[in-house]
Design a protein around this ligand. Structure first.
Ligand SMILES: [Zn+2]
Length: 247
């Protein structure tokens, strides 16, 4: 398993796209979070890594939460799947994240379609665009070579961290969270842990991650850092946009 960061920035970044990963195993791909402009992000990261990749190749999107820097590309991607690829977009998330996805996030722009000028609007539902797969904390979900499990974090809206397993390897993803020893314990057996370092609550302060055991820090890679964060001086390695990482 390997992964390609499409973006590594926080929500306010002027340097990087918002944090998102493309994960590959056995030639199959998953997208972790979906910021706008996702198709351009995929194209640029793939070009930088020297591979060909487009959004049609993803088995599905794995969504951590509804903050815009993680979900703002989902509307366009679902429209692209419906009208350009002509299929539904597979979406994995926790029921608490899915609860507000349509009614409070997507319906405002996706609920009605005008089939022709002057025709009555046609009402759409989430199921017209998405194949939604709900994943509770006590479950696992399989898709292609991947097995997913999740755990809710202490962020300001319902948010889930993930473990992504394939080929006997595990990638741990903190998602957005304040520093949380319980979450670290859930992630610490992963072969690579991608942890956010967004700063003050509701994000994680870098200084708190520094207090972790050396073996955990060694396999940890930081993402979602503020632009002012000095990646070169960081003793925990920071992910780069458009570079492959082996798990
Ligand atoms: Zn967030």
């Amino acid at each position: 398993m390997r992964f390609l960061p499409l973006g590594v920035g926080d929500a306010f970044s002027a340097k990087h796209y918002s944090s998102s990963l493309a994960v590959e195993a056995d030639g199959q791909w998953l997208l972790i979070d979906c910021p706008h402009p996702v198709r351009k992000m995929v194209r640029e990261a793939a070009a930088s890594a020297g591979i060909a990749l487009d959004v049609a190749q993803f088995l599905g999107v794995v969504l951590t939460h509804l903050h815009g820097d993680h979900v703002s590309g989902l509307e366009t991607l679902a429209f692209y799947y419906r009208y350009a690829i002509r299929t539904k977009l597979t979406l994995f998330t926790h029921p608490a994240v899915a609860a507000d996805l349509w009614s409070k996030h997507l319906a405002g722009s996706m609920e009605y379609s005008l089939p022709a000028i002057g025709a009555a609007p046609v009402q759409r539902m989430l199921e017209d665009f998405f194949d939604l797969r709900l994943l509770d904390e006590n479950q696992t979900a399989a898709i292609g070579p991947f097995t997913l499990s999740c755990k809710q974090t202490l962020h300001s809206v319902p948010t889930v961290a993930y473990r992504v397993q394939a080929g006997g390897r595990t990638l741990g993803l903190s998602a957005d969270t304040p520093f949380d020893p319980e979450l670290i314990a859930w992630l610490k057996d992963a072969d690579v842990i991608v942890h956010e370092a967004g700063g003050a609550y509701p994000h994680t302060e870098y200084d708190k991650l520094l207090q972790l055991a050396d073996d955990v820090k060694k396999k940890m890679r930081l993402i979602h850092c503020p632009d002012a964060f000095d990646a070169e001086a960081s003793s925990i390695k920071v992910l780069s946009q458009g570079c492959f990482y082996q798990v």
